[in-house]
Design a protein around this ligand. Sequence first.
Ligand code: ARG
Length: 464
Amino acid sequence: MTMQDKKTWSGRFTEPVAELVKRYTASVEFDKRLAPFDIHASLAHAQMLEACGIITTQDLTDIRRGMTQIEHEILNDKFAWSLDLEDVHLNIEKRLTTLVGDAGKRLHTGRSRNDQVATDVRLYLRHAIDELHELIRSLQSAVIDLAIQHTHTIMPGYTHLQVAQPVSFAHHLMAYFEMLKRDAERIIDCRKRVNRLPLGAAALAGTSYPIKREMVAELLGFDGVCENSLDAVSDRDFAIEFTACAALTMTHLSRLSEELILWMNPRFDFIDIADRFCTGSSIMPQKKNPDVPELVRGKTGRVNGNLVTLLTLMKGQPLAYNKDNQEDKEPLFDTVDTLTQTLRIYADMVGGITVKPAAMREAALQGYATATDLADYLVKKGLPFRDAHEAVALAVRFAEQRNCDLSDLKLEELQQFSSLIADDIYSVLTLEGSLASRNHIGGTAPQQVETAIAQARKYLAGPN
Ligand code: ARG
């Protein structure tokens, strides 16, 4: 083997790695994005080694100098990434050694790439979580800004995608606020389990050097250390959990996307989405397609796929580290990228929605949306609910035959179905009356929704 073929770990090997294998096993193409976190973690590790008397103060000074230069090179695209050096860790270590000599070779004392990579991924993910949390909150803010204008805008609420009962558009939007609130809570809760330090686990069993893991944890802003060295280098449950959180957020946005697509369809015509989020057709000049919501719906599939990838990656692995874990990065990075871009675009898109209240109202008037209100009216006058349900079903059939709404029927006509009906019924049958009557926490009455929005604003003004 010539010196050129020599790998960091090649001492015990008698022939060089085959070219294909080199490419197959290398991860530098994608894990180089961990570089800032790798450097940050290495500097903390080196500081601890120095404090514990494992390396000299001169070594630490040299390592810091070298790393500053490397950071600069990476930032300015001057760093020569090498596939031969496999991954981000060995690329940086090798360059450090070239720049500062023996101090660079001492950096890896008391550590392994196994605890190193686990640390880098956790630092990366913690950073991503903090950014994503902010983005979720920005989207929530955009949802509120739209909702506050529409507490009196009435649309049909649906079950089975059939007109069910009238709700306000604000109430409908605020349902998504609640979903996003849980998404934000979930991601922050997940952060607790991400934010633990693997370094010190070394390859798997710990290290014989007198290290201080708590010091490194503190320097890197971890809440504590991973308590078992085998677990520290082996499990990627934190990445799986994060991806599950992301899949849920994407699922919520996918559902909203599906609604935006329906609402934008001319048969509904409830909303318009700003042109900048749509595209035309190359053949059909009349088309305006809701590409962004459709892509969100589609990209939810890839995030769900990433979750299954990571779960499958983990399920057959014996303790402790296995190279399988190198495969955690692409699905994780892809999840972060996809969710980040989706949240960014979504906040802007929600801000660009034009609402068409007249069409919403028209649709609510067409589907006997206040039938339940008539039944409730009869119950309040003493009729058992099942009997009221039956009477109203007959009234709806009657109105259907006449092609009119319940509120268009004359009092005598309505009274055929129950003698309990009096002329106070007409205020009950209006859309406004229906909304106003659902006046309890979580109901669609404008007053309740306004309170919900005010509370939502307060929540967003707070820290979490
Ligand atoms: N590139 C590897 C990964 O991403 C780093 C850890 C490799 N450790 C080892 N002993 N081969 O998982």
